[in-house]
Design a protein around this ligand. Structure first.
Ligand SMILES: Cc1cc2nc3c(=O)[nH]c(=O)nc-3n(C[C@H](O)[C@H](O)[C@H](O)COP(=O)(O)O)c2cc1C
Length: 360
């Protein structure tokens, strides 16, 4: 039986010291020009001291037009390199493997932040306030592919072990994957395979410029009604992806315990088909050691957690005790500050219902 303390390997041979993954968490702690702040670095470094096998950074935009939030760090320019290098060097001081999550917000990169009309695979309704997105021209899609490649190269130069391509949660890569949000008729639109082309060109381009030791992980939302992705589509997407030189897949389930009409969890559905071909990380609503073991028993190679790691930065060490049951929300601001969240991050967490004692 798999246990949380086992080491495992990605497809390229990168050894991960245990099965705990810190999932990406936007935290709004960085600087206006996209450079990393000490607060953001400290927050991640503290979780690597807490024993996570993988530390994933917050989503980081590869083009200025892709920024989703204030205080989000960027990877779109060499002026980000010193901060990235400081973070990678700190994380390398411990056992954790370090991954930068690369993304572009697409239609979810607000004009109030970027100063531009949001763009997407197609012209899509965003909101009454924001209006509609603009469809990227074919040349602009190619420029975006190039920006992902350049960003990945920067991450390797800075000393990270890999990148996670954020193809989940309805951002630009997902907007290309979705049948509702992608109605293009160039090579980036059409059937599932064609809608994968944006992602696949990014992967191939990155592989050409980074070393074989540098890992590429892809994060997907297995089902998304809004943008038009079904579980069957996702299985097809994974089928295409495993033919590429990627090293792991990360599925974002939000609730790993939710079952499909056939009573299987999404983790089980996907792992039973693919985990012999590629390691699968699964994330969503894991809190206790028993929850984590459930995900491993469903066939995942590793377990991602986000919220529980905020008040419990040592979760990855403590979860090795099979009876570990960390305390539940709400948390006081002081508890979160003590766990290396800055006042800005605590303020952001006040917006997550029921998380902070004096929040929503
Ligand atoms: C504050 C916060 C910020 C998040 N930011 C990101 C992000 O930048 N990229 C991403 O892929 N997921 C993001 N997520 C989703 C988490 O990675 C994770 O999938 C989700 O919270 C479910 O896991 P959990 O139940 O362990 O929190 C965020 C979640 C939280 C709570």
């Amino acid at each position: 039986m798999r246990s949380m303390g086992d080491s495992w390997e990605m497809r390229n041979g990168l050894v991960i010291p245990n099965r705990s993954v810190l999932a990406a968490m936007t935290n709004k702690q960085s600087h206006h020009d996209g450079t990393l702040s000490e607060d953001e670095i400290d927050f991640l470094h503290r979780r690597s001291e807490g024993g996570f096998g993988i530390i994933t950074t917050a989503a980081s935009h590869v083009q200025e037009s892709g920024q989703g939030w204030d205080g989000e760090f960027g990877v779109w320019s060499d002026h980000h390199l010193p901060g990235l290098t400081t973070l990678a060097t700190k994380l390398r001081g411990g056992e954790s493997r370090s991954f930068v999550q690369l993304f572009h917000g697409g239609m979810r990169a607000p004009s109030a932040i970027t100063g531009k009309q949001p763009c997407s695979a197609s012209e899509n309704f965003i909101s009454q306030k924001e209006g509609v997105s603009r469809a990227l021209t074919t040349k602009e899609v190619e420029e975006s592919v190039f920006a992902f490649i350049e960003a990945a190269k920067r991450c390797e130069t800075a000393g990270f072990d890999g990148i996670e391509l954020h193809g989940a949660h309805g951002y630009l890569i997902a907007q290309f994957l979705g049948s509702n949000t992608n109605r293009r008729n160039d090579r980036y639109g059409g059937n599932v395979q064609a809608r994968c082309n944006f992602l696949i060109e990014i992967i191939r381009g990155i592989r050409e410029v980074v070393s074989p030791q540098f890992a590429i992980m892809v994060r997907l939302s297995p089902v998304s009604d809004d943008i038009g992705i079904t579980l069957d589509d996702t299985k097809e997407v994974i089928d295409f992806l495993i033919k590429e030189e990627i090293d792991a897949i990360h599925i974002s389930c939000w609730d790993v315990f939710e079952v499909q009409p056939n009573d299987n969890s999404i983790t089980k559905e996907i792992c039973s088909m693919f985990s012999n071909s590629i390691p699968i990380v699964s994330t969503g609503s894991v809190w206790t050691a028993k929850d984590a073991q459930f995900v491993l028993n469903e066939g995942a190679q590793a377990v991602g957690v986000a919220r529980v790691a905020l008040p419990h930065p040592d979760w990855a060490k403590q979860v090795l005790d099979a009876e570990y049951r960390p305390s539940q929300p709400p948390f006081t601001p002081e508890e979160l500050l003590r766990a290396n969240l800055s006042p800005t991050f605590v303020e952001y967490m006040r917006r997550w219902k029921g998380f902070v004692t004096d929040g929503r």
